[in-house]
Write a protein that binds this ligand. Structure first.
Ligand code: IMP
Ligand code: MG
Length: 180
């Protein structure tokens, strides 16, 4: 798999070091608050597992399954919620975890849906944030790394469901990406 990468952006040690920093920030911010983490499947799975084990707070965890991609590398703009019922978030502070803030379509739709059920607050944490114009206005409150507008895989991020288990984040070789 590693040979399919044009270059590695963040190796495992670099990612885990950054997670230590974000986890410390989140732990301080949510001390004495009822925190529910909502992980967006499948991309945030690896990030979520490593991050949450660094947060020594009594939190609850739920997952949301959505799809805004249909196999290619461009967003379709439409967000489909595959999970029928939303988690019970009334009276709790919500932290949404996702792999990457790209066009903003997914996170804007999720944040909107969750705000509608009136949690005490909604914040967003992403491993990666692409430097680009977004289709939807959405800000991440915690960001692992800012990256250029390139298609990346690994550490949870996929290309057609492959590469999620790569321990690093890297740019996929252009000839392997079908941009149609
Ligand atoms: P959005 O365009 O911000 O709605 O991003 C939707 C989803 O597209 C993300 O949660 C990722 O799963 C996926 N995605 C966006 N950019 C990349 C990338 O560079 N590599 C792999 N997946 C990506
Ligand atoms: Mg994906």
């Amino acid at each position: 798999m590693q040979e399919d990468l044009e270059r590695v952006l963040f190796d495992e040690a670099t990612i885990l070091h950054r997670l230590d920093e974000i986890a410390a920030q989140i732990s301080a911010d949510y001390k004495d608050r009822d925190l529910t983490v909502i992980a967006v499947l499948n991309g945030s799975l690896i990030f979520m597992a490593d991050l949450l084990r660094r947060i020594p707070l009594p939190l609850k965890l739920d997952c949301l399954s959505v799809a805004s991609y249909h196999g290619g590398t461009m967003t379709t703009g439409e967000v489909v919620f595959k999970q029928v019922s939303l988690p019970d978030v009334a009276g709790r502070h919500i932290l949404i975890l996702d792999d990457i803030l790209d066009s903003g379509t997914t996170l804007a739709a999720i944040a909107e849906k969750l705000r509608a059920v009136r949690p005490l607050s909604v914040k967003i944490c992403v491993l990666l944030r692409k430097k680009k114009m977004r289709l939807r206005q959405v800000e991440a409150d915690y960001v692992g790394f800012d990256i250029e507008d390139e298609f990346v895989v690994g550490y949870g991020l996929d290309y057609q469901e492959h590469y999620r288990n790569l321990p690093c984040v890297g740019v996929l070789r252009k000839e392997l990406v079908d941009r149609a």
